[in-house]
Design a protein around this ligand. Structure first.
Ligand code: SF4
Length: 451
């Protein structure tokens, strides 16, 4: 890597950054964040909450100080087609007294109150940082509540300091496995589970409609717009498709081991990946009728979508993009989408990408593209300036950075307001890009701004 580019990066962070086309040795990922480097990653509890919160008929009790509970539905755009219980965050609101004398009684009282008020049947209890320190026996309290009320009450031991966001994903997957283990066994169903889509702006509904078109039934949606009863049916499905591999691959592997369900990694972002994913699902199910329907459907939708996108290419071609997203699969799809539009990706990074995902990213990225894992705002700013990015694709934490640098921004995280999945999402994506990148506001700011 050129000295000029690395001069402002902390020494301990240099192995997490590389430039496509240069040395392939030593790129570091899937590691703990460097202390003091101001990682953009969320905490363990947040990782668990991201995965479990979209379950629409579950109640979520955050056993900890009220601050942890602020991480609620309002920051997450998962939609429901039925119950809306998940939109509430219940907290035991631990204070100094509880830290000294223990918060167990408060938690038991909170469970009693929720059962009495809402007739709750399924409760997840998240133990956050302070509970990890004072040592309330959350497991025993949940077990006692199950016996007392005849409900399912699952503890999620997720103190923020006990790992990274990825640790939280794993804890959530274990909580889902716990839920699944409560169901009675039944015969196998002809259908699939969709893992790792959280129904942001209704994306699960879009994917579901495509699967329906090609004749594939969905047994369980994990976890966007899911119910607990539905999740308990998941072990009876014949295939797991995994979109957000970072959060759900662990669950897929566990389900393969426990229930013999094979899995398939997919992505529904962009025309190419949506088509490939639908065809791979059809071939995996080995049903000639589904394969024929998938071929016809993907051919028709690809053509229609390409026609809708084509006029935008002239407005966006030749521009430069920076990508900083949560998981590797999304970065890979975005690289392909930008290539289709003639946009050059100059910076690409993820919070929790895996080594195999970074290998794909390196193979897709043009020479000179900066690739970085677990970046911080200072690094993103530095590389966006050096590479003259015109747009930043990221989440709520990256948005202010983009705007401060007078760079267009596209929200591709849980807060997004437009569905970006599937053929429909590919059109929304390009329309949103165009609106942001070609907004007249940039002509007023560019002169003073740094990028
Ligand atoms: S880091 Fe700890 S205190 Fe902060 S939100 Fe996460 S669990 Fe709560």
């Amino acid at each position: 890597m050129k000295k000029m580019m690395m001069s402002d990066v902390l020494d301990e962070r240099k192995d997490f950054v590389c430039v496509s086309g240069e040395s392939k040795k030593g790129f570091k990922c899937e590691s703990n964040s460097v202390a003091g480097a101001v990682s953009q990653r969320a905490c363990v509890y947040c990782g668990a909450r991201v995965v479990l919160n979209p379950i629409t008929d579950a109640f979520h009790i955050i056993h900890g100080p009220i601050g942890c509970a602020s991480y609620t539905w309002d920051l997450r755009g998962s939609l429901s087609s039925d119950k809306e219980y998940y939109r509430n965050a219940f907290s035991t609101d631990l204070s100094e007294q509880d830290v000294i004398f223990g918060g167990g009684k408060k938690l038991a009282g909170a469970i009693d109150e929720i059962v009495a008020t809402y007739h709750a049947k399924f409760i997840f209890v998240y133990a956050t940082c302070i509970v990890g320190v004072i040592g309330d026996d959350v497991q025993a309290i949940c077990k006692a509540a199950e016996q007392k009320h005849g409900i399912v009450c699952i503890p999620v031991q997720s103190p923020g300091f006990s790992g990274s966001k990825s640790t939280g994903y794993k804890l959530a997957c274990n909580a889902i496995l716990n839920l699944m283990s409560r169901a009675e066994e039944g015969p196998k169903l002809k259908g699939i589970n969709v893992l790792g889509d959280f129904n942001l702006s209704g994306e699960m509904w879009i994917i579901n409609s495509y699967l329906k078109e090609i004749g594939v039934k969905v047994v369980a949606k994990i976890t966007g717009d899911a119910t607990c009863e539905e999740l308990m049916q998941a072990p009876r499905a014949s295939l797991n498709i995994v979109q957000c591999a970072g959060s759900m691959m662990y669950l897929a592997r566990q389900m393969e081991e426990k229930y013999g369900i094979p899995n398939l990694k997919v992505s529904f972002f962009g025309i190419e990946d949506t088509t490939n994913s639908l065809m791979r699902i059809a071939y995996a199910l080995k049903d000639p009728e589904i394969i024929a329907r998938a071929k016809a459907f993907t051919a028709r939708k690809s053509e229609e979508t390409a026609k809708k996108i084509a006029p935008y290419r002239a407005l966006l071609e030749g521009r430069k993009a920076a990508i900083y997203v949560g998981g590797g699969y999304k970065a890979i799809s975005l690289l392909k989408q930008f290539k289709e539009l003639g946009i050059d990706t100059v910076v690409v990074g993820t919070q929790t990408g895996k080594k195999d995902e970074y290998d794909v990213i390196r193979s897709l990225a043009d020479e000179g593209t900066v690739i970085l894992d677990d970046a911080n705002p200072a690094e993103l700013e530095k590389f966006m300036r050096e590479k003259h990015a015109d747009v930043l694709v990221g989440g709520v934490k990256e948005r202010p950075l983009g705007y401060k640098l007078a760079v267009a921004f596209l929200d591709h995280n849980h807060e997004r307001k437009h569905a970006l999945a599937g053929y429909d999402g590919a059109v929304n994506f390009v329309q949103e890009l165009n609106l942001s990148m070609n907004s007249p506001v940039w002509s007023y700011l560019k002169g003073d701004a740094a990028v």
